[in-house]
Each structure stands twice: as C-alpha cells, then as structure tokens.
Design a protein around this ligand. Structure first.
Ligand code: AMP
Length: 296
C-alpha cells in the first residue's frame, strides 16, 4: 500500500490496467465494495480520498464532514487497494479553478435544484481525477444515482478514455443504505430512516408485479415513510437523462431525499433492462460494523 500525494507520483506507481475509486473518505462497506469491484477488474487499484470543497453547497456540511485518514488507509488496504491518493488542497486546486465542468440537463432535477453547484463540483473533481490518474476504469456507487449518470455522460461527451462502472448499493441488514452521514443519526432517527428502504422495496415489489405508473410507485414510498421523516422528493427518473418519468418505460431509478433531523439522506432503487429488474442492492449480514451504530 502506498499513500500518494501528487498525480505524477500516482501515475508513476500505478501499472497495467488502473481502476479508480473516488471517495471522500470515512470509509464504510459501501466504499469497500467499490474497491472489491475494482480489484477484480484492475491490476492497480487507486482509491482517491479527497473531501472536495467545490461540491459542498453548505459550509456547515463541509466542516462537519467526518474524517479519519489512518482508519481509511487500513480499511482500503484490507479491501485490496494498492494506492490511496490523498492530495492536499494545493495539488487539486493549485490556483483558482476557472475551468468547470457542467453536464447540462442531467443536473436539472432531483438533487440539482436542492444543491446548487454540487454537480459542477463533482463533475469538475472527477474530470481532474480522470485526467490526472488516467484510470482505464472508474467505479461509482449506484447510491448516488444522479452523480453516476452525470459522470457517465461527462466521460462520453468529453471522450474520456475511462470506462464508468456503477456498483450496487450496499445496505445494512435492515435495509438502510450505508452513508458516511449515518454516523450523525440518533437511534430514533435511524429507526425512522429504515422506512426509506422499506418504501423503495415495496415499490420494487409493485414493479415486479407489473406496475409502471410513477405516481403509484412514488405513492407507495411516501405511504411507507409517512411522517417519520421530512421528504424532499420521491421521483422516478430515467437513467440516461435523469428526467422525471410518468411511466416506467425505459431504464430508470426511483430516487428519494429526506431529512432525519439535521441529516439529509438519499436512497434509490434502479430498474434495469427491458424488463425493469430491480437492483435492490446488496445486504450486509448485520449492521455496519465500521460505524453507524447511532449512539450520538
Ligand atoms: P463518497 O465518499 O460519499 O463521495 O462516496 C464515494 C463513492 O462511494 C461514490 O461513488 C458513492 O456512490 C459510493 N457509495 C457511497 N455509499 C454507498 C453505498 N451504500 N453503496 C455503494 N456505493 C456507495
């Protein structure tokens, strides 16, 4: 395991087919599944660990973003990463970042309006990582469905020679999608948050039974959540364009955002292929052993 601080050093150490897993650290089993997927498809697995200020729309969110480099390096090594690229701010942004990447239209809905500038920050930092590290493959979680769609489109539009691979959502045994933000949930908030995945799974059951109306699918999710959490949106959107759909008539995902107290949570279920098979994610045998025990 090598910790690198610069792009040049990372390129010098990496060999063969390079697989990149971009993260902001504070790793959980969701990140580790990306490393495992990269391990199977690459000679060198690079995990980048950089809390990217450009993609935070709220300063308090950036300030309270959890960080633990030592633990992350240990976990990434155990999961099969060869290199942890952990640049200082100066390596990523040596000067004011005048060049920004905007993937038009795909940022208009869902997370876009609620988080101004967020996807510009994400697309810009991912473009820099792809240019600086030159991975043949890059791995992103389906947890951030819109981000995955945007990165895919950016790579296509800008002819970037990196294959973009989406990896299923990792959930705790009771269904909660792992997130670095889960550490902020109290026990009560965590219990309430279980309604999110329950709702999405009942929508997936409806799709399996032949339901195709977006309003019915979103309604099932809303019914399950009830007033346990404050819902921001529940939307069925196309995977290719992140456009809201009335009817499930192309590969899509049913996505939601909701607040558990001061913590904003997102989750989704993807419907793939011609028959809209639901990707319900993968489940751990138990709750996250890394953290997320809701003791605060
Ligand atoms: P983050 O560090 O939160 O920016 O996430 C880094 C990568 O991990 C992104 O591609 C996320 O989509 C992915 N990720 C986060 N949580 C999960 C999860 N529960 N399952 C699968 N991938 C995840």
């Amino acid at each position: 395991m090598r910790i690198t601080k610069s792009f040049a050093e990372t390129r010098a150490v990496a060999h063969g087919v390079v697989g990149l897993v971009p993260t902001m650290g504070f790793l959980h089993e969701g990140h580790l599944s990306l490393i495992e997927a990269a391990r199977k498809a690459s000679d060198t697995v690079v995990m980048s660990l950089f809390v990217n200020p450009l993609q935070f729309d709220r300063e308090d969110d950036l300030d309270r973003y959890p960080r633990d480099l030592e633990r992350d390096v240990e976990l990434a090594t155990a999961a099969g990463a060869d290199i942890v690229f952990n640049p200082e701010l100066d390596e990523m942004y040596p000067d004011k970042q005048l060049t920004r990447v905007n993937v038009n239209e795909l940022s208009d809905e869902l997370e876009g309006p609620n988080r101004p500038g967020h996807f510009e920050g994400v697309a810009t930092v991912v473009a820099k990582l792809l240019a600086g590290i030159q991975p043949a493959r890059s791995f992103f979680g389906r947890k951030d469905a819109q981000q995955l769609a945007i990165v895919r489109r950016m790579a296509q539009d800008l002819s970037m020679p990196s294959e973009i691979i989406g990896v299923p959502i990792v959930r705790e045994t009771e269904g909660l999608a792992l997130s670095s933000r889960n550490v902020f949930l109290s026990n009560a908030e965590r219990s309430a948050a279980l309604s999110l995945s329950r709702g999405l799974m009942s929508a997936a059951d409806l799709v399996a039974a032949g339901e195709r109306e977006a309003s019915v699918l979103a309604g099932a999710v809303r019914d399950e959540i009830g007033d346990a959490l404050e819902i921001e949106y529940v939307t069925l959107a196309s995977q290719a364009h992140v456009k809201p759909l009335q009817t499930l008539d192309q590969p899509a995902f049913l996505a939601l955002a909701a607040w558990a107290g001061k913590t904003r949570l997102i989750d989704n279920v993807h419907f793939d292929g011609d028959d809209y098979v639901a990707d319900r994610g993968t489940r751990l045998m138990e709750r996250s052993v890394l953290y997320g025990t809701g003791e605060n």
